[in-house]
Design a protein around this ligand. Structure first.
Ligand code: AMX
Length: 438
């Protein structure tokens, strides 16, 4: 059976040739304008970055190498005994642009499991951190510390050719992906269940199967399936979002994948980005506390207006690119619809009812360009239902997932020889001069 490395090796030459052709034939072709609003508006909409593994359409949402979420759900292999996409089949698709076979997926699961134990010094580091340190800070620190093991950094120090960069980047990426579950599970154990034994990595389980097992929920098949789907869906969301862009920027300095991904995690830890999923649940539970369970749509509307009038954002709604309901939100809702016990859960019902009215309220409020839910509006309530109630931990799960896309890009950035990122900044004086005589 082909390994992911074999599969990558097969597709790299054609992509390298394609990029070379693009550069020589179209290096000077104009594909967009730069306006002052881009410079002062967070570069929203500016087409300025190469990212192969996924493309986000404002209306349709994400496609992974051209495949929509429902298409991925049809073609990507699940775990034995499961139905949902798993991290390995998504990783294979992102890395190679090909759909893996069942055998390739199983082999990748085994390869990751074999690399999955944490080095002792990282265990000690994590165990030494205060219990009250935010789980995301701990995750970022643990990932950064793993760079002691970096094959890329060691090879670079030895002196390697540019054409070899990607192979060491891949090696680091595989080790990092493999170790994220043990790292993230250790953080969960230390913060919420100190002293509880953590099972070792089971070589026969998939990455998320192992993660859930180490979190202490291995006997819950539905939660395992939910997290498989969640982690596959959060894996990649094109390149411009803050975490992906950070990984790409930091990686472009030839900083190793551990350092690059650690930086990405600290971008993910912001409330406008990944931390939104913790914020959503906190907000929905406040809503429940204030207005109760069996509430009318009007009660929710009122609560929404109170949030907006106090100057806060409605967490889980709006998006930098999307202009329609996020298909990841829809896929997670669908997961609930097939399980009657989830539909009966008061918090899940509240999330659904909020979705019925929030777009209308946000449209009337008139500020956000996208009044629809993003993935975070739905992701936390199901975890909460299954007993994973510590919502400060939720972004860590997102962080385990987003490595799929960020690390894929790092491998490709090195395979394609992409340069250090260095956009031009302007002062207001310079902008003034430019607008007077463009
Ligand atoms: N509630 C209230 N106001 C909102 C809003 C929301 N959910 N979303 C956007 N707005 C406001 C903005 O704050 C901005 O107000 P301002 O003019 O006073 O600064 C105005 O609407 C225009 O913003 P925008 O162009 O529509 O959005 P953006 O691209 O600047 O920001 C995002 C996108 C996601 C940060 C924003 O929609 C937001 O803050 N949403 C809530 C937090 C959230 O759910 N984040 C998760 C995003 C997905 C993810 O990364 N995991």
């Amino acid at each position: 059976t082909k390994t992911i490395r074999d599969a990558l090796e097969e597709v790299i030459p054609a992509k390298q040739a394609r990029l070379k052709q693009l550069k020589t034939e179209h290096g000077q072709t104009v594909i967009g304008d730069i306006k002052v609003e881009h410079v002062v508006g967070g570069m929203r909409g500016l087409k300025a970055m190469l990212w192969e593994s996924s493309v986000l359409d404002p209306m349709e949402g994400i496609r992974f190498h051209g495949l929509s979420i429902p298409e991925c759900q049809k073609v990507l292999p699940a775990a034995p005994g499961g139905k949902e996409i798993i991290a390995e089949s998504m990783l294979w698709l992102l890395m190679t642009s090909k759909t893996p076979t069942e055998a390739e997926t199983r082999q990748l699961s085994r390869e990751l499991a074999e690399r999955g134990e944490l080095p002792e010094y990282v265990v000690q580091l994590i165990d030494s951190l205060p219990q009250s340190l935010h789980p995301m800070t701990q995750l970022g620190m643990g990932v950064a510390a793993l760079n002691k093991e970096s094959k890329f950094a060691a090879a670079y120090e030895r002196g390697i050719k540019k054409t070899e960069y990607w192979t060491y980047t891949l090696e680091d990426s595989m080790n990092l992906l493999a170790r994220l579950p043990a790292l993230a599970a250790r953080i969960y154990r230390n913060v919420y269940n100190p002293g509880k034994p953590i099972p070792g990595v089971n070589k026969d389980l998939d990455l998320v199967g192992n993660y859930v097992n180490m979190l202490g929920y291995g006997s819950n098949h539905d939660l395992t399936e939910y997290l498989r789907l969640y982690i596959a869906l959060h894996g990649d969301h094109e390149g411009g979002n803050a975490s992906a862009h950070t990984a790409h920027l930091v990686g472009s300095t030839l900083s190793d994948p551990y350092l690059a991904y650690s930086a990405a995690l600290f971008a993910l830890a912001g409330p406008l980005h990944g931390l939104a999923n913790q914020e959503v649940l906190r907000w929905q539970l406040n809503m429940q506390k204030e207005i109760g369970d069996n509430v009318s749509h009007d009660d929710i509307k009122e609560f929404l207006w109170r949030t907006l009038q106090s100057g806060q954002v409605v967490p889980g709604y709006g998006h930098g690119v999307l202009r329609s309901p996020d298909p990841r939100f829809m896929a997670l809702q669908k997961f609930c619809e097939t399980r009657p016990e989830l539909l009966k859960d008061p918090v899940i019902q509240l999330v659904k009812k909020t979705y019925d009215v929030a777009p209308g309220v946000l449209k009337e409020h008139g500020k956000t360009k996208n009044p629809y839910p993003n993935v975070d509006a739905a992701s936390g309530c199901v975890l909460y239902h299954y007993g994973l109630t510590q919502f400060k931990y939720y972004t860590v799960i997102f962080g385990v997932s987003r490595a799929l896309g960020c690390l894929t890009q790092l491998v490709w950035a090195r395979a394609l020889g992409l340069p250090i990122e260095r956009p031009k900044s302007l002062s207001m004086d310079v902008i003034d001069t430019l607008v007077k005589s463009p």
